[in-house]
Design a protein around this ligand. Structure first.
Ligand code: NAP
Length: 474
C-alpha cells in the first residue's frame, strides 16, 4: 500500500502493484508509487474525453478564476511540494532548488491564467468578414522527465487547461510523487476528469503516444524517446510539442574579465547539479584567457557546498539517479584517459547516494564524449579556442540546438556572437533563464514547437477560420 495515489476522473486510484521511489541523497527507497496499467490509462483518457465538452465550453472568466485558485493552492503547499521534490529528485531546498521550483509552478500558473487568445480579424472587405479563432485541441497527453518534475508538469498542464483542453499526465518513474500530490491538490478545484495522472513505466507513455483518443502529446525528455513518440503519434496524426535534449555551448569573448560574471556562469552551468535541459554544457574560452578563467572558475566552484538537499546549507545536491551518476563518471573517466586535465572534482564521492562532485575539466577536445554528448550532470568541459569564428563554428557543430550564450563585459558585442548560435534561445551574460512570456523551444534535434506565452497557448489549439459573406450591395 502507498500514501500516493493516481487521480482518474477526480478520484484517488491505486494499483495492484507499486514501484520503489529512491531518495538520491541516500540511495534508499523512501516510498512506493502505484504502477498504473494501460487499462487505467484508458479510463483516464475516457474521463478526460468526457470532461472536455463542459471544460472547453465553460465561460473563459470561470476557467481563469479556477486557475487562480490553483495558483493559490500551489502557494499554500509550496514547502510540502518542495520537500517532496528534494526527496525524490535530489535538488536542494535552498538556492535555485526545490522551493524555487515549487514557487515557479505558482508563478507560471498565474501568468498562464492571465493570457488570452483573442479572435483575430484576418480581413474585412466589401464581400466578407474573415476571422481566425483558436479552439482547444481536445485531450492532451503529457509525458514529463525527472529533472524538474513539477515545474515541467505545470508547463504542460496550465496552457492546456487554460485554453479548454483536458489532460492525462504520466510523470517520470524516478520522480512521480510530487506530481501525484500536485494533481490531487489541483483536483480540489477542478471538475472531475479535467486533469488526470497515471504513474507507471514507459509502457504507459508508449500507449499514450499511439492512443487514438489523445489529440496531442506534449513531451519533455530525451531525443530518442521523442523520436519514438513522433513515430507512434503518426497513427492519428497527433499534434506534438517535443522539448528534447540539448548540449548548450557558452562562449566567453576574448579579453573578458570573468570575475563579475562568475556567479551567473556557475548557475548557468550547474543549476540542479547540471541536470537541466538548457544548462551550459560546453564552455569555450579564448586561448589568451584560458588559464585565468580556469583558475578563477575553479576557485569559485570549489567553495560551493554540496550535500543532501534537505539540509538548507547545501546549494547543490546529488545526481538524480544511479544511471545518471554512471554516465557522468564514464564521460569524465574517458576524458581523463584521453589526456584531459581535471581542475576540481573528478571522482565520485564515497558517501552514500548518487553524489558526483562539481568537476571542471580542461584541455578537452571536441571528439571526447564529455563534449559531444549531453553529460547532464556536475561535470563541465572547458574548451580552448583561437578565433570567434572558430568558436561559433564548433559551438554549432552538433545536431542539437536548445540554448546558447555569449559572455563579455561588452554586452552588445556578446549579443552579436550569441545571435550566430543555432539555438532556440540565446543569452548574454546568463544561461538558462526562462520567462513565462518568452517562447521556449529547441531547433535541430532539440525539439519541435515551443512552450510559454501566447505561442505556447496556441500549441494547444487548432485553427478555425470563419468567413462570413456580406449581402450583395445594390
Ligand atoms: P526520458 O528517458 O526520455 O524520459 C522522459 C519521460 O518519457 C519519462 O516519463 C519516461 O517514463 C517516458 N518514456 C520513456 N520511454 C518512453 C516511450 N517509449 N514512450 C513514451 N514515453 C516514454 O528522459 P529523462 O531521462 O527523464 O530526461 C532527461 C532528458 O530530458 C535530457 O535529455 C534533457 O535534456 C531532456 N529535457 C529537455 C527539456 C526541454 O525543455 N527541452 C527539459 C527537461 C529535460 P519512465 O520514467 O517511466 O521511463
Amino acid at each position: 500500500m502507498t500514501d500516493y495515489a493516481m487521480i482518474i476522473n477526480g478520484e484517488k486510484v491505486f494499483s495492484d502493484t507499486t514501484f520503489d521511489v529512491i531518495n538520491p541523497a541516500t540511495g534508499e527507497v523512501f516510498a512506493q508509487c502505484p504502477k498504473g496499467t494501460v487499462e487505467q490509462l484508458n479510463e483516464a483518457v475516457a474521463a478526460a474525453r468526457k470532461a472536455f465538452p463542459a471544460w472547453s465550453g465553460m465561460a473563459d472568466e470561470k476557467r481563469v478564476e479556477i486557475m487562480n485558485q490553483m495558483a493559490g493552492i500551489i502557494e499554500q503547499h509550496q514547502v510540502e511540494l518542495a520537500r517532496l521534490i528534494t526527496r525524490e529528485q535530489g535538488k536542494t531546498l535552498s538556492g535555485p532548488g526545490s522551493m524555487f521550483e515549487a514557487g515557479g509552478c505558482q508563478a507560471w500558473t498565474q501568468v498562464t491564467a492571465s493570457l488570452k487568445l483573442e479572435t483575430e480579424l484576418v480581413d474585412e472587405n466589401p464581400e466578407d468578414t474573415i476571422e481566425l479563432v483558436r479552439k482547444p485541441i481536445g485531450v492532451v497527453g503529457s509525458i514529463t522527465p525527472w529533472n524538474w518534475p513539477l515545474l515541467i508538469a505545470v508547463w504542460h498542464i496550465m496552457p492546456a487547461i487554460r485554453v479548454g483542453c483536458t489532460v492525462v499526465l504520466k510523470p517520470a518513474s524516478y520522480t512521480p510523487l510530487s506530481t501525484l500530490r500536485l494533481v490531487e491538490l489541483l483536483n480540489e478545484v477542478l471538475p472531475p476528469g479535467v486533469l488526470n495522472v497515471v504513474s507507471g513505466s514507459s509502457d504507459i507513455g508508449n500507449a499514450m503516444s499511439a492512443h487514438k483518443e489523445i489529440d496531442k502529446i506534449v513531451f519533455t525528455g530525451s531525443i530518442p524517446v521523442g523520436q519514438t513518440i513522433m513515430g507512434r503519434a503518426a497513427s492519428n496524426l497527433k499534434s506534438l510539442t517535443l522539448e528534447l535534449g540539448g548540449n548548450d555551448a557558452g562562449i566567453i569573448l576574448p579579453g573578458t574579465d570573468i570575475t563579475p560574471l562568475l556567479e551567473p556562469l556557475f548557475w548557468g552551468c550547474f543549476i540542479n547539479a547540471g541536470q537541466t535541459c538548457a544548462a551550459l554544457k560546453r564552455l569555450y574560452v579564448h586561448e589568451d584567457d584560458y588559464d585565468t578563467v580556469c583558475e578563477k572558475f575553479t576557485e569559485y566552484v570549489s567553495k560551493i557546498p554540496v550535500g543532501d538537499g534537505l539540509d538548507e546549507t547545501h546549494l547543490i545536491g546529488p545526481l538524480g539517479n544511479a544511471p545518471q551518476l554512471e554516465t557522468v563518471k564514464r564521460y569524465v573517466d574517458d576524458a581523463k584517459k584521453q589526456g584531459a586535465r581535471v581542475l576540481c572534482g573528478g571522482e565520485p564521492a564515497s558517501s552514500p547516494g548518487y553524489f558526483y562532485p562539481l568537476t571542471l575539466v580542461a584541455d578537452v577536445t571536441d571528439d571526447m564524449d564529455l563534449v559531444k554528448e549531453e553529460q547532464f550532470g556536475t561535470a563541465l568541459p572547458i574548451i580552448k579556442y583561437s578565433t570567434i569564428n572558430e568558436a561559433v563554428e564548433r559551438a554549432n557543430a552538433l545536431d542539437v540546438g536548445l540554448g546558447g550564450s555569449a559572455w563579455s563585459n561588452d554586452p552588445a558585442k556578446a549579443k552579436e556572437v550569441a545571435m550566430r548560435l543555432e539555438a532556440g534561445t540565446v543569452w548574454v551574460n546568463a544561461h538558462g533563464k526562462l520567462h513565462p512570456m518568452a517562447p521556449f523551444g529547441g531547433v535541430k534535434l532539440s525539439g519541435v514547437g515551443s512552450e510559454f506565452g501566447l505561442e505556447g497557448l496556441k500549441a494547444y489549439t487548432v485553427n478555425q477560420v470563419i468567413s462570413v459573406a456580406k449581402p450583395p450591395q445594390e
